[in-house]
Design a protein around this ligand. Structure first.
Ligand SMILES: CC(C)(COP(=O)(O)OP(=O)(O)OC[C@H]1O[C@@H](n2cnc3c(N)ncnc32)[C@H](O)[C@@H]1OP(=O)(O)O)[C@@H](O)C(=O)NCCC(=O)NCCS
Length: 168
């Protein structure tokens, strides 16, 4: 079984051969991710095999965002102010085809959620939002309890109440 290390993207990681089946995500990690990090608009974390630490197996991005309460499910919106509330945004998450269906997507999502839980001790967020491209990716997130945001196709939310219980 492959053991993975998750670490920030840096120049040692070979992104050129990465292919997840979605051209836009492949192009992002190859061409734009490093630039976004330099500009402080996102953080990018990569999964690499423990025994091949420059080989890119998967990645996710984390940044700050906000959602309007009118877009939240009614039960949650009732507990929040009417102005836009802060959220953590997983803008992109992808696994290379050679590593798909082996649990790496779940591992990346769990790691992203754990990082948000830690960050939320000093920077409040009302939940985690993901941006998906296509029904299949949305199904992946719904599998883990994310709920669709009304009026925002492809955006799903995991409310903070779902991960507050694991806060350390
Ligand atoms: C979606 C993606 C990240 C899943 O990664 P993965 O490593 O193959 O997923 P895992 O092996 O960790 O699967 C975890 C669970 O999710 C389920 N799952 C995986 N892909 C799924 C999908 N498309 N729809 C529904 N469930 C899915 C698996 O059946 C598994 O369920 P289990 O825990 O009950 O066994 C990966 O297929 C991918 O990179 N796809 C292309 C890019 C993409 O669409 N990214 C998301 C939008 S930004």
């Amino acid at each position: 079984m492959t053991v993975f290390r998750i670490r920030p993207l840096d120049a040692t990681v070979d992104t050129a051969a990465f292919g997840c089946g979605q051209a836009a995500l492949d192009e992002y990690i190859r061409r734009y991710a490093s630039q976004d990090i330099r500009r402080d608009v996102t953080r990018v974390f990569v999964a690499v095999p423990e025994d091949d630490v420059d080989h890119l197996a998967g990645f996710f991005t984390l940044s700050a965002g906000s959602v309007n309460c009118s877009k939240l499910p009614a039960a949650l919106a009732r507990k929040l102010p009417r102005y836009p509330v802060p959220v953590a945004l997983i803008g992109r998450l992808a696994v290379d085809k050679n590593f798909q269906c082996k649990g790496l997507g779940s591992l990346l999502l769990a790691d992203a959620c754990q990082k948000v839980v830690q960050a939320s001790q000093v920077l409040a967020v009302a939940g985690i939002v993901v941006d998906t491209k296509g029904d299949s990716a949305a199904a992946f997130y719904r599998h883990f309890g994310f709920m669709p945001l009304a009026g925002q196709p492809g955006r799903l939310l995991l409310p903070a109440t779902a991960f507050n219980s694991v806060r350390t």
